[in-house]
Design a protein around this ligand. Structure first.
Ligand SMILES: Cc1cc2nc3c(=O)[nH]c(=O)nc-3n(C[C@H](O)[C@H](O)[C@H](O)COP(=O)(O)OP(=O)(O)OC[C@H]3O[C@@H](n4cnc5c(N)ncnc54)[C@H](O)[C@@H]3O)c2cc1C
Length: 462
């Protein structure tokens, strides 16, 4: 059997490549990345967290009245260090892929791939008729359909990661996870006055309302960001060296003037140039079966990672890559396909990572929709003295528990160190622990005491 993996330098493609190489089938790995290393390493998770680290340190020092903190960030140094790390990690990823290609059953081509018809893929100058294709080409930023956008040269997340100079003011479209992470960076490190256009009443639809509200308060009060909620952009136009964005708010038209427009408006599957239509594949939303990762239009094409258009997260890309590869092998043997059904595990490094949003497992409404009767325990971070002592009192957490048998179904929080607590709660949720068996005495005083409070409240309600 011969399998072609398109996007082998990416997280999903690299994971698929390993499984297939180990299975001793013939594998052709393809990636035209320059330098190559995948989004997470080059322009995603890792570089953004390095920049946020600088923002977090400055922010916490500045917010602490006990410190005489007039801190200037050397942005050129922040970006240079980020570039060094990205180069190092990307080289490591490429080396791993090239090492796989030293095996007899594996080859690597630093080329672009494109479908010719439903059996044939062109890779550079060559053509292949593989038995299966694993498509792992990632995603590209979504360009909003906004009149005037072509005239104003907006900045996206990749531009922000490389910027060493910032204008004084900016207006932001997109307050999903990328916007929630980069807006505090622009304000704290870039020193910018930022206005955010938020379509809804608060960010993060999935979070409980009080959590979204806590973030709004933090952005407004601690980062000086103006968030215009229930507001829709209408059109944009150049205004001297800056931009004028017309918005509609509560039925009224309003103009926001700024030096620069930023678009953090999501990502689309990277399918341009692949000629999927030549293989009879329609790549519109839902083009891949989310469980088997098989294309709905082509039984010998599997997909993994951002290109599926769903769950665009790093750990999901890796798990999907391995699952897609195992399903290729299963299909070849006529065995049943594995069904990928991840427990939701999501972290947004909001408020410069000081007040991250973490969500693990089911929300209350998801649990109810799945037929559970639920007990929900909630706790304010400020109820635990340690959050006040550390001067990070905002936010809250919630635990969703099955009322019938005590199984912990979900944990959700916007509070200091919620990102690391998500791992503890992953263990609890993935192992379907009964809340009455979860230890409820963390070392005192530590921030996981917020989890103890949730566990005790849920136990007593049961
Ligand atoms: C600013 C930002 C921050 C993020 N932060 C986080 C985070 O904190 N946590 C998290 O879980 N996720 C985060 N993500 C998302 C995460 O980076 C992606 O979900 C993940 O990297 C996707 O991996 P992938 O393998 O699907 O795609 P990629 O890593 O993009 O790999 C795709 C590969 O395909 C290759 N390719 C594309 N087309 C072709 C072609 N025609 N021929 C040959 N090769 C091709 C490319 O060169 C590339 O190497 C972030 C994303 C962004 C933008």
């Amino acid at each position: 059997m011969h399998v072609l993996v398109i996007g082998a330098y990416g997280s999903a493609g690299a994971a698929a490549a390993e499984v297939l190489a180990d299975a001793n089938v013939d594998v052709t790995l393809v990636d035209d990345g320059d330098p190559g290393g995948g989004l997470c390493i080059l322009r995603g998770c890792m570089p953004s967290k390095e920049l946020l680290g600088a923002a977090q340190h400055r922010h916490q020092a500045r917010e602490d009245p006990r410190l005489d903190a007039d801190i200037t960030v050397d942005v050129a140094d922040v970006v240079a260090r980020k570039d060094d790390h990205a180069s190092e990690f990307a080289a490591h990823r490429r080396e791993n892929v090239h090492e796989l290609a030293e095996r007899e059953n594996v080859e690597f081509l630093h080329e672009r791939a494109e479908f010719v018809d439903d059996d044939t893929v062109r890779v550079g100058e060559r053509t292949y008729e593989p038995d299966y294709v694993v498509l792992a080409t990632g995603s590209t930023p979504t360009r909003p359909d906004l009149p005037g956008l072509d005239d104003v040269d907006p900045m996206g997340s990749a531009d922000v990661l490389d910027a060493t100079e910032f204008p004084e003011t900016g207006v932001v479209l997109g307050f999903g996870y990328v916007g929630l992470e980069l807006v505090p960076y622009l304000a704290e490190v870039g020193g910018m006055d930022i206005t955010v256009i938020e379509h809804d009443e608060r960010p993060i639809d999935r979070a409980r309302p009080e959590m979204g509200d806590a973030l709004l308060d933090a952005y407004r009060e601690e980062f000086g960001v103006e968030v215009l909620t229930n507001t829709e952009e209408q059109c944009v136009e150049p205004d001297g060296d800056g931009v004028r964005l017309t918005v509609e708010r509560d039925g009224d038209e309003q103009v926001v003037a700024a030096d620069r427009l930023f678009c953090f408006t999501g990502r689309d599957p990277a399918v341009e140039g692949l000629s999927l239509d030549a293989a009879g594949i329609d790549s519109n939303r839902g083009w891949v079966d989310g469980e088997t990762l098989r294309s709905r239009d082509h039984p010998r094409v599997f997909a993994a990672g951002d290109v599926t258009g769903e769950r665009m997260l790093l750990h999901v890309a890796k798990e999907e890559g391995a699952t897609a590869a195992r399903n290729v092998l299963a299909d070849w043997r006529d065995a049943p396909l594995e069904r990928y059904d991840p427990i939701t595990h999501r972290v947004v490094f909001s408020a410069a990572g000081v007040y991250p949003y973490a969500s693990l497992g089911m929300t209350e409404s998801e649990a109810e929709a799945a037929g559970h009767d639920v007990v929900v325990a909630t706790r304010e971070a400020s109820d635990d003295g340690i959050f006040r002592l550390k001067r990070v009192p905002r936010g809250s957490a919630a635990l969703v528990v099955d009322a019938a048998d005590g199984t912990v179904l979900g944990y959700h929080g916007v509070h200091y160190e919620a990102d690391t607590m998500a791992k503890t709660m992953q263990v609890v949720v993935a192992n379907e622990m009964d809340v009455r068996e979860v230890p409820d005495r963390a070392y005192h005083p530590t921030t996981p005491e917020i989890l103890d409070g949730l566990v005790r409240d849920a136990k007593s309600e049961l």
